[in-house]
Design a protein around this ligand. Structure first.
Ligand SMILES: [Zn+2]
Length: 351
């Protein structure tokens, strides 16, 4: 008798353990949605392959949740593809927000610069997962933590080369959150905007960026960087707009290189331009919650991707920026973790 109770207990605790690892928590939400659960999107895929990505992604959400995404004519919700080489994202959403917590318009993109690479082509479901993920944003979902069973994990690959989106279609946590957004009221949002973010007379865009790679450690980040430097910010040049999309809004600064830790040593004591996502002009404010604009006199260590002659971007934005604090410790702008320069050099295997 006692034995039986024990085995029942064992089985039920095992079941709970399994349940915990299989069922993800509800996916965080943006705090924004469409006013109806019947949503028309415009499939702007440039060819049948890219069109099919959005068609399949929409069907997956339709099958899994209470929403109905139908393709049609709607310039306020477009889904397309562009080849953007000067970026480390493979998917992005450009939402324009209304003050009443609804989307005014949404553009979602798959970055074909990445999806045409062999790593993507040879990994089953990798490319499809980006489109499904972006449509998840367009329904109001934010990112789920990495290594969870959610299509909303923030990157397609981990930096060790493994596929990060094993849940390549909507998971249970994703379904629950979309259903609660459209059945009931909005769940609390992860990166909530408030009235203070809205500037009178300007559109407000809050980018959702999905990375090609999620960095597991500094060694991988240093490996992928074209240039790792210690630098001083000598000027903040304001917003430059390099194209027709909101992801083309960049905040440009001039940095003076004090030490070259990896890359072209001829850049020592030279100035180069750094571009961070977001910016502002007379019509629009473009934000990204993972970008902290550098200011003049900031002292930083940066892991950079080269995008042009003397032009660089930080890999995955704040992930690659370590600010030197008054006590000579470094703080990472993404994780807010403190690290010494020596430790950073060791972990990056730059020494
Ligand atoms: Zn994303």
């Amino acid at each position: 008798m006692k034995k039986k109770i024990l085995s029942v207990l064992l089985v039920s605790s095992l079941t709970m353990l399994l349940a915990n690892s299989v069922f993800a928590a509800d996916t965080p939400t943006l705090g924004y949605k469409w006013s109806s659960k019947n949503i028309t999107y415009q499939n702007d895929g440039s060819n049948t392959v890219y069109k099919a990505l959005w068609t399949t992604g929409a069907k997956e959400w339709n099958d899994a949740t209470v929403v109905t995404l139908s393709s049609g004519t709607n310039s306020n919700f477009t889904a397309g593809n562009k080849s953007v080489a000067n970026a480390t994202w493979d998917g992005i959403m450009e939402p324009v927000y209304n003050t009443n917590k609804t989307f005014k318009s949404v553009k979602v993109w798959v970055n074909s610069f990445y999806t045409s690479q062999s790593e993507y082509i040879s990994t089953d479901n990798a490319i499809q997962s980006i489109a499904t993920h972006e449509l998840g944003h367009a329904l109001g979902l934010a990112h789920a933590p990495e290594r969870t069973l959610s299509v909303m994990v923030p990157a397609t690959f981990l930096s060790d080369g493994t596929f990060a989106r094993l849940q390549y279609f909507p998971g249970i946590g994703d379904e629950n959150s979309v259903n609660s957004i459209y059945k009931n009221s909005l769940s609390p949002s992860q990166y909530g905007l408030d009235e203070n973010d809205f500037v009178e007379g300007k559109e407000l865009v809050d980018l959702d960026i999905s990375w090609s790679k999620w960095y597991l450690n500094l060694k991988d980040l240093a490996r992928d960087a074209d240039l790792v430097v210690k630098a001083n910010v000598t000027a903040q040049n304001g917003t430059v707009v390099t194209g027709e999309n909101f992801y083309d809004y960049k905040q440009k600064s001039e940095i003076y290189i004090q030490e070259v830790l990896k890359g072209d040593s001829a850049l020592l004591n030279q100035k180069v331009s750094l571009y961070q996502m977001g910016g502002e002009d007379q019509n629009v404010v473009v934000k990204y919650h993972g970008t902290t604009p550098l200011v003049e006199n900031d002292s930083v260590i940066l892991y950079l991707k080269k995008t042009g002659h003397n032009e660089y971007i930080p890999i995955n934005e704040d992930v690659s920026i370590f600010k030197v604090e008054a006590n000579e410790q470094l703080i990472n702008l993404q994780s807010h973790k403190i690290i010494s320069e020596l430790k950073l050099m060791e972990e990056s295997t730059l020494q």
